[in-house]
Design a protein around this ligand. Structure first.
Ligand SMILES: NC(=O)C1=CN([C@@H]2O[C@H](COP(=O)(O)OP(=O)(O)OC[C@H]3O[C@@H](n4cnc5c(N)ncnc54)[C@H](O)[C@@H]3O)[C@@H](O)[C@H]2O)C=CC1
Ligand SMILES: N[C@@H](CC=O)C(=O)O
Ligand code: NA
Length: 434
């Protein structure tokens, strides 16, 4: 039995994640004490509104407070799960200045201003842990920060947003509409307080920034990440992918080359045979490629109260152990300071669907637009579109390119738009994973 004094834990937020943390911390109190070497005592739970019935959490109602500023000054470990930039940032900094170690799930804040928090933690000799911030329950950041610290990571590629994966999966498998699928994801506790962060790709971009920073020992913020969400993905895009035996996924791609670091988040078609294509509902999956380790794959629940709380609890145990036994976990590592490349430099492939006139010379004109930008075509498929009486015959051209820079590919599309024989560009989507 440990003789160490109880460690005081302050919880900021009792929403989807905070509620699950409070409940699990209480239910597993004995096991947690044994693992840490000291009892963990919840000294307060900051909430926005007092008086709500929270009896389902199984914690003493006297612990709820609306005074988060005061609460953070009397804790050994502060767990921030309110989300957003402010007041989360000020509360974390105040907690650190008062000597508390911090556990947070707040990827938005880390991607916006992580270095300020890491510096404050280092200056005050406390831990700042955030495993839950990327891919929920999946142990991913600790492997990057610790297990792979001796290797050189070259690529991190994956599905890191549960809400958008859920939405795209429902659109593909049940033909659900976009808005209905988003509502379902919200009801299941996957979506952010404002689901715009999910569907516009901000959440995945924040996670990509955190992953790239850890993987490449370089500061990458959310604004360094090229971002496209899934709001422009149409049922026709999903159907076009199906025709190619592919699926549409929102991918986060962090790559290191001789020239620097490229970090992007956008929807892409991936072949159904690719392991990421089988990632359903709100699950996440991330591939990591490292020089010596080769390919690694991480898979599991990336969103939801209990799965996210699992990662938070793991971090609480880690930082509490340091309180008992001494020492600190690794801090920020940004020594490599690699240049951040633009999206134009990224190497990718395009799937382009064109509405063209069905007459001689059309293919040659289209092909010349690709050649002009040194973009090589992998496949071309033509489908005749039944024309209306008296109108010129039309065809749908579906072109998949070989790999080229995104700048060359997007210039090619611009050129295609100017051709007389091209009546319209129906859709353009990147292709990854083959
Ligand atoms: N829900 C999920 O699946 C995951 C969430 N996260 C992150 O965890 C954090 C929390 O997310 P959720 O629990 O889903 O959000 P939520 O909206 O369910 O909970 C946040 C809670 O904080 C409370 N709150 C807001 N301002 C406050 C303040 N000043 N003082 C005290 N309480 C305040 C809100 O009333 C709400 O109950 C966010 O940073 C989110 O990005 C991370 C991974 C997964
Ligand atoms: N809203 C996020 C929650 C986890 O980070 C998601 O849908 O993945
Ligand atoms: Na995680």
């Amino acid at each position: 039995m440990s003789t160490h004094r109880p460690l005081r834990v302050a919880l900021l937020g009792a929403g989807v994640v905070g509620g699950a943390v409070a409940r699990l911390l209480t239910e597993h109190a004995d096991d947690m004490a044994a693992r840490v070497g000291a009892p963990l005592e919840i000294v307060g739970i900051a909430v926005r509104r007092a008086g709500r019935d929270r009896s389902d959490l199984g914690v003493d109602p006297a612990l709820f407070t609306t005074d988060a500023d005061e609460l953070v000054t009397r804790a050994d470990v502060v767990v921030e799960v309110i989300g957003g930039i402010e007041p989360a940032r000020s509360l974390i900094l105040r907690a650190i200045e008062h000597g508390a170690s911090v556990v947070t799930a707040n990827k938005a804040l880390l991607a916006e201003d992580g270095p300020t928090l890491y510096a404050a933690a280092a200056e005050n000799g406390v831990d700042l842990y955030y495993e839950a911030a990327v891919a929920g329950a999946i142990p991913l950041l600790r492997p990057l920060r610790e297990s792979l610290a001796g290797d050189e990571v070259t690529r991190v590629l994956g599905i890191v947003n549960g809400t958008t994966n859920y939405v795209l999966d429902k659109m593909d498998t049940t033909g659900a509409g976009f808005a209905d699928a988003v509502e379902q994801a919200q009801a299941l506790g996957y979506a952010e307080a404002d689901p715009t962060a999910d569907v516009e790709g901000f959440d995945a971009a924040a996670k990509a920034a955190i992953l790239a920073s850890l993987a490449f020992h370089t500061r990458v913020s959310g604004t360094d990440v090229y971002r496209e969400g899934i709001t422009e993905v149409t049922a026709a895009d999903v159907a076009a992918a199906r025709e190619m035996d592919a699926v549409v996924k929102l991918l986060a791609i962090c790559e290191r080359s001789d020239r620097g670091v490229s970090v992007r988040v956008h929807p892409a078609m991936i072949p159904r045979t690719h392991p990421l294509a089988g990632v359903r509902e709100a699950f996440n999956a991330v591939f990591v490629e490292a020089d010596a380790a080769g390919q690694l794959m991480f898979y599991g629940k990336g969103a939801g109260g209990d799965p996210t709380a699992s990662a938070v609890l793991g971090d609480i145990v880690a930082v509490a152990r340091h309180r008992v036994g001494g020492g600190l976990g690794p801090g920020e590592s940004s020594y490599a300071d690699l240049p951040i490349l633009t999206m134009g430099d990224a190497m990718t492939r395009y799937h382009i669907s064109l509405d063209v006139e069905d007459r001689s010379g059309v293919l040659a004109q289209v092909a010349s637009a690709f050649a002009a930008h040194d973009v090589s075509i992998e496949t071309v498929r033509q489908q005749l579109v039944p024309g209306e009486a008296g109108q010129a015959a039309r065809a749908n051209l579906i072109i998949v390119t070989h790999t080229a820079t995104d700048a060359a590919l997007s210039s090619t599309v611009e050129r295609l738009r100017t051709l007389d024989v091209v009546r319209g560009v129906n859709s353009v989507m990147r292709v990854e994973g083959s």
